[in-house]
Design a protein. Structure first.
Length: 226
């Protein structure tokens, strides 16, 4: 199974298939405004970090990028772009940035743990010095952006379900208050179900989604479980 297939929605390393994004799905999905902000950070960090690392590796090579120091370097690049995103978002909306400050700090760690650095480094090592063929950096960038897109879409969809069940509302990042309510549902005996506002309720909801995911996967790709 190639890299793109592994990180696809039905792949073994997808956010639901391998639970690679379970932490963010539980923490950042409490509010739609949080999930939108974190989703933007995922695209920003994954795309720019992979592009910068591939560019530096192709330009400088093993002389300045020893094998033992590549993962810390990739982590530093992810942390740098994550900090730039936080700074820019803080300039636009300070209170919204403060609300999700800890969540945005987690995004570079998810990027550094995605094994993109290992796959990209292996591709350059296999190409070797003096060879005409070199790995296609944009293929790895597209794979990284696909990872970010898959996790971002799940995060936004999860929050659209979870926030109304918890707070009878949907929010959007902005204004001096940090978030603005774009939709409000009338409370009754069913709404809200306060348990879903906590991590325990998010785990219950995530477990239900994963069960539906595994059932659908077994119907669409039955051969993979044999």
């Amino acid at each position: 199974m190639n890299l793109a297939r592994q990180y696809s929605f039905w792949g073994s390393l997808s956010p639901l298939g391998g639970l690679t994004g379970a932490g963010l799905l539980i923490i950042a999905s409490a509010r739609l405004s949080w999930s939108i902000t974190v989703a933007g950070c995922l695209f920003w960090v994954y795309g720019l970090t992979t592009f910068s690392y591939g560019f530096f590796l192709s330009s400088l090579g093993n002389k300045f990028f020893p094998v033992s120091g590549r993962v810390p370097l990739f982590t530093c690049l992810a942390a740098f772009f994550g900090s730039v995103y936080i700074f820019l978002f803080y300039l636009m909306c300070p209170f919204a940035a403060l609300e999700v400050f800890m969540l945005l700090l987690l995004v570079p760690l998810f990027c550094a743990g995605s094994e993109t650095v290992r796959h990209l480094s292996d591709a350059f090592d296999k190409s070797g010095p003096g060879m005409n063929s070199s790995p296609d950096i944009f293929e790895y960038i597209s794979n990284a952006v696909s990872q970010a897109a898959s996790l971002s879409l799940l995060l936004v969809a999860f929050s659209i379900v979870r926030e109304p069940l918890s707070y009878c509302s949907l929010s959007f990042p902005g204004t001096y208050q940090g978030m603005v309510t774009i939709m409000y549902f009338k409370e009754n005996s069913f709404f809200p179900i306060g348990i879903f506002s906590h991590s325990s309720g998010a785990l219950i909801l995530l477990g239900y989604v994963i069960c539906l995911y595994q059932y659908s996967k077994s119907k669409i790709f039955p051969g993979e479980f044999k």
